[in-house]
Design a protein around this ligand. Structure first.
Ligand code: GMT
Length: 385
């Protein structure tokens, strides 16, 4: 198949999933064309089936708001025509589903559009009355819609009143890159006295509640020697640095900033903390599980579908810091329990969220969507026996 993929190339989980999926599809012999504003950050090394088409926005003085959406739609249509794409697979509804709709109108109905919903495109933007009608329209006009958790499907239906079927396709992790790595030497650098290492990775937006990460860490550190490794950047970073200083934790909290590839770093952690107030899936939790790192997270959104409570980690209510401290200590102070959770986390990541299975699931959905195209063009008669 010839597949166009659009995502936010530098934004968190949706960009990662879209890029990794594109690479896996290319490995399977499909021709994959990324149509994005910049090179997706995990695209990596050359592959003969992978193409990249940059969307360059016109910055003409008249435009107070440069027309990224229109330029993207135009580029999608161009690439679809020139490369004879079978389908566009867009990640994140706004504006990508709308751009794909426009491109399809420009190219003709044989171009099919799949939209994958990732979370805040529904759970935050869906509440914005300046966008919600558009989001619903984009979803309804897509030939197929997928979402990354059952909870996100439920929220999309409830919030936007969408009655179109939405397919569940979980995010995945590539076990060839995410596995428990030997990191003893680097770990000694961060924990020279054998301290336990807590980790948090995010885009430091308010929904991630990084202040709870610091509070949990402070509680754990009162009981056992521990360090906290914070990875990522975002609007809350300055605030979090201030909190760390106010609590006198600066000697034990390491801010690593944005990192290109966290696959190796995650193995440094003893526990991954994800106390978000919104999380439609929580890709970082899955990546941690694949590396054998138990997760302490919140019981919201899609997280309970990813982290099975009391098996691969523990779930707590949003803001319940004392419970998160208690559970983290429970894990860190009981080596046998820890090992059991670590093994269960690896097994679950490989069974339920295996990259091969999920890629096949997307391939099947693409075929189903394209088969419908054939039926659109000429009536599909029952096969003669
Ligand atoms: O909105 C964000 O936090 C970023 C967004 C993204 O584009 O990566 O994250 C969403 O999609 C991820 C990939 O499917 C999910 O793992 C995250 O849970 C989801 N974020 C939220 O729902 C807050």
């Amino acid at each position: 198949m010839k597949i166009g993929i659009t995502c936010y190339p530098s934004l968190g989980g949706s960009g990662v999933v879209a890029t990794e999926l594109g690479k896996l599809l290319a490995e399977r012999g499909h021709q994959v064309h990324f149509i994005t504003s910049s090179m997706p950050f995990r695209l990596g090394s050359f592959h003969p089936n992978l193409y990249y088409h940059e969307v360059e926005v016109n910055r003409y003085d008249v435009f107070r708001y440069p027309p990224y959406d229109l330029t993207l739609a135009n580029r999608m249509a161009q690439v679809a025509r020139e490369e004879k794409l079978d389908l566009l697979h867009v990640h994140y509804a706004v504006p990508h589903a709308l751009c794909a709709y426009l491109a399809k109108q420009m190219v003709g109905r044989s171009l099919k559009v799949m939209t994958t919903l990732h979370g805040t495109d529904i759970t935050v933007l869906g509440y914005d009355s300046g966008l919600s009608e558009m989001i619903r329209f984009g979803i309804e006009q897509s030939d197929m819609v997928t979402a990354v958790s059952n909870d996100l499907i439920r929220q999309t239906k409830e919030l936007l009143g969408v009655d179109k079927p939405i397919e569940l396709v979980y995010n995945f992790v590539d076990k060839r890159r995410y596995y428990p790595r030997k990191v003893d030497e680097i770990k000694r650098h961060f924990t020279p006295n054998g301290e336990k290492l807590l980790m948090h990775i995010s885009n430091f937006r308010p929904v991630k509640r990084v202040q709870d990460v610091v509070a949990v860490f402070a509680g754990v550190r009162e009981r056992i020697p521990a360090k906290l490794l914070l990875i990522g950047e975002g609007p809350e970073l300055t605030n979090i640095r201030r909190i760390v200083h106010e609590r006198g934790l600066q000697a034990d909290v390491i801010f690593l900033g944005k990192q290109e590839d966290v696959a190796e770093m995650i193995s440094l952690a003893d526990v991954m903390l994800l106390p978000s107030e919104k999380e439609s899936f929580g890709l970082v939790a899955l990546e941690a599980m694949a590396c054998g790192v138990p997760v302490i997270a919140t019981r919201i959104g899609g997280l309970p579908e990813v982290v099975s409570d009391q098996e691969c980690g523990y779930l707590a209510e949003v803001g319940d810091v004392p419970e998160m401290i208690r559970r983290t200590l429970e894990l860190l102070l009981d080596p046998e329990l820890y090992q059991r959770f670590s093994q269960a986390a690896i097994a679950r990541s490989r069974n339920t969220f295996c990259h091969e299975t999920i890629t096949s699931q997307y391939e099947r959905l693409y075929r189903r969507m394209l088969d419908r195209t054939a039926c659109d063009r000429e009536p599909c008669l029952p096969t003669r026996v």
